[in-house]
Design a protein around this ligand. Structure first.
Ligand code: NCD
Length: 417
């Protein structure tokens, strides 16, 4: 059935089914550079479909972070909750998740609930008419008949993108069409995860905290520490490391491409020395085209600027090894790799910079042990906050798509500003 799992449908074998032919129909549009695709994913000054992390400019990320902060604050009070829940109660969303998901699914659902959007879900295509031979595009078109938004996760790379083009074609021919949000597409992209990762970094690197006073802030204190004199607020001027399954991590791909938007960043990719797990050429080429300083290491202990990289990073993004995608060849070759090199221990964390957040898109793998539970109480362990941030910033994204973000900001400044 999944003959088109390759990133580029033009590599696919001869199309067998209407599903295959549907995707091939969009082959020409799918093959264009991301930049050429952006205008048709927008309407006026806002995103219509959310397919690539490349759609988020630094300016839009700042804006969405501000709206997410406002929603977070308003949600602390009953009057704010009532205001938010009435904003979009006339809208309905379909969560079409045919690949396993806990956080992305639930945080989209919670985000919809915050804004009053009613949700429904299809998680198992066995419960839909796809088992009766219905094509995916027919299913999507049916969802668009009943709902005002489709959030979708699929094992098929570029299916969400193709659905966005389907919606645009329907719109052009005078039919009903709704926004598509990509909640993870194959090994390809996971733009809203990158959005919540950036939001988490924005909050971390604002260095504001409950202990700040008018005479002393956490940031000023940090800058007095040896080696931190040049620390700046914000995401620019930082070294970010990604560790684990770089090759198959769609969250890594999406976030790395967003971090490339910030000035003077260095990106370090730490992966086991195996062709499946190291960075893929397309990401390497895209980062090179953006002139980003990139390092590819095979250990957290490899040296950067004369010190182990784990001691040098401003943020560390851990990932699990996605064994469910292994081929039999992959598994055989793993025998020679020391995977413990890609797992944190409390001792390693102690050597990290005191402010450097540890991120993880989750789920973490209890068997692999890339982040053991002993680390969870360390102030650098940011992954549970990161997951909660996903709810706030996904609500901000939905508010942006449905054009109620301005309303939220006005109410916020009037009530709490
Ligand atoms: C990730 C995913 O599905 O791509 N999880 C997530 O959405 N938070 C990462 C993973 O599965 O390892």
């Amino acid at each position: 059935m999944l003959t088109l799992m390759q990133p580029n449908p033009s590599d696919a074998s001869t199309p067998q089914t209407q599903d295959d032919r549907d995707l091939l129909h969009y082959e020409g549009r799918l093959a264009r550079p991301v930049k050429a695709k952006l205008p048709e994913l927008e309407r006026g000054d806002r995103l219509r479909h959310v397919i690539f992390s490349g759609q988020f400019t630094v300016e839009l990320l700042e804006e969405l972070g501000g709206v997410a902060d406002a929603i977070r604050q308003l949600s602390k009070h009953r009057s704010g909750q009532d205001f938010l829940i009435n904003l979009l109660h006339h809208k309905r969303a379909m969560l079409y998740f045919t690949q396993p998901s806990t956080r992305t699914f639930l945080s989209f659902m919670a985000a919809c609930q915050i804004l009053g959007i009613t949700c429904n879900e299809v998680r198992d295509p066995q419960t839909s008419s796809e088992t009766k031979g219905e094509t995916r595009f027919d299913s999507i078109r049916m969802f668009s008949s009943y709902f005002d938004l489709i959030v979708m996760r699929s094992p098929i790379a570029r299916l969400a993108e193709s659905c966005a083009y389907l919606m645009n074609d329907l719109e052009r021919s005078g039919n009903r069409s709704v926004p598509i949000v990509n909640a993870g597409s194959g090994a390809d992209q996971h733009p809203t995860q990158a959005l919540l990762d950036i939001y988490t970094l924005q909050r971390t690197f604002s260095f504001s905290g409950p202990n700040d006073s008018s005479i002393s802030s956490r940031f000023d204190d940090l800058r007095k520490q040896p080696g931190c004199e040049h620390l700046t607020k914000g995401l620019a001027n930082k070294t970010y490391a990604f560790c684990g399954d770089i090759g198959r991590g769609r969250t890594v791909r999406s976030l790395a491409l967003l971090l490339a938007n910030y000035a003077n960043v260095r990106l370090v990719f730490i992966a086991p020395p195996h062709p499946t797990l190291v960075m893929r050429d397309d990401l390497r080429d895209r980062l090179a085209a953006r002139d980003v300083e990139v390092y590819e290491f095979d250990s957290l202990e490899q040296e950067l600027d004369g010190k182990p990289v784990v001691e040098q990073v401003d943020a560390l993004y851990m990932t699990r090894v996605q064994r469910e995608h292994d081929t039999s060849d992959d598994a055989d070759q793993y025998a020679t790799i020391d995977f413990s090199q890609y797992c944190l221990t409390p001792e390693i964390v102690t050597r990290m910079k005191s402010y450097a957040p540890i991120l993880h898109p989750f789920p973490r793998d209890q068997h692999f042990g890339e982040i053991p539970q002993e680390i969870d109480n360390d102030p650098r362990a940011m992954y549970f906050r990161q997951a909660r941030n996903g709810m706030w910033v996904r609500a901000a994204l939905l508010a942006h798509i449905f054009d109620v973000d301005g309303h939220i900001m006005r109410y916020f400044h009037q009530e709490l500003g």
